[in-house]
Write a protein that binds this ligand. Structure first.
Ligand SMILES: C[S@@+](CC[C@H](N)C(=O)[O-])C[C@H]1O[C@@H](n2cnc3c(N)ncnc32)[C@H](O)[C@@H]1O
Length: 218
């Protein structure tokens, strides 16, 4: 496996929680990055990923190069969508630092400009929200009637204020006819110093959703 740097891979605590809540069947990660989701494959649970940047998609055989806004799957063909989109934090910066220092961003770890449809260059704002409404509509389309939707997301701090990104995603998906079965805060290894220290909050969230007419916990 060729290893390419990536700024926002699933951490071990997040993977442990995902492993508990993801059902068997066909599981899709439409924002697969380096493909760590494939570590959760087991007999009865097959995993497929979609990632827009070929270098990151190429790190795992089960990841297809594609766009989360136009998933190459039919309606209702997937049992679970489990994913972590970009967080609209400083990792979306795509200009070079004036002082020449290296930044922990999508653009800088990849080492070239991102695909135009890569949400990794969207800061918190209208474009980010329009993009993710479309991405979640696509996830909704490919999920079957008893599908499970698992989302890992995080707030971040900007100019001293917590930006409620996680709550926005939760409420948006709820507004599309999904019920929140579980809200799991996951403490991650986010040190209060180093690159992008200012963007960090203490917890990430994992939300588990089922359709309103199938609201049993996963
Ligand atoms: C938070 S990262 C996911 C990291 C992944 N969980 C891992 O463990 O490596 C989000 C990923 O979504 C990808 N992405 C952004 N926009 C996309 C799009 N329109 N379609 C598919 N992938 C996209 C980014 O390139 C990035 O790798």
């Amino acid at each position: 496996m060729v290893t390419i740097r990536h700024p926002a891979k699933f951490s071990t605590p997040i993977l442990n929680v995902l492993n508990e809540v993801i059902p068997d069947g066909l599981v899709l990660d439409p924002f697969a990055g380096t493909g760590r989701i494939h570590m959760l494959a087991r007999p009865g649970r097959s995993i497929v990923g979609v990632e827009i940047e070929p270098e990151w998609a190429g790190m795992r055989p089960g990841t297809i190069v594609g766009d989360a806004l136009r998933l190459p799957f039919g309606d209702g063909t997937v049992d679970c969508v489990a994913t972590s989109p970009t967080y609209a934090n400083r990792m979306a910066d795509h200009h070079d630092a004036k002082d020449g220092s290296k930044r922990l961003t999508y653009r800088h770890t990849l080492g070239r400009p991102l695909h135009t449809n890569n949400s990794g260059q969207l800061q918190w704002g209208k474009k980010y929200r329009v993009f993710h409404r479309a991405a979640w509509a696509e996830a909704d389309r490919v999920l079957g009637p008893s599908g499970v939707f698992v989302l890992n997301i995080s707030d971040h701090i900007r100019k001293g204020k917590v930006i409620p990104v996680a709550e926005w995603h939760r409420d948006t998906i709820r507004g599309m006819g999904w019920t929140v079965c579980r809200e799991i805060p996951v403490e991650t290894d986010r040190m209060g110093f180093g690159a992008n220290a200012d963007v960090r909050v203490d917890f990430e969230m994992v939300y588990v959703f089922k359709r309103e007419d199938h609201p049993h916990p996963a």
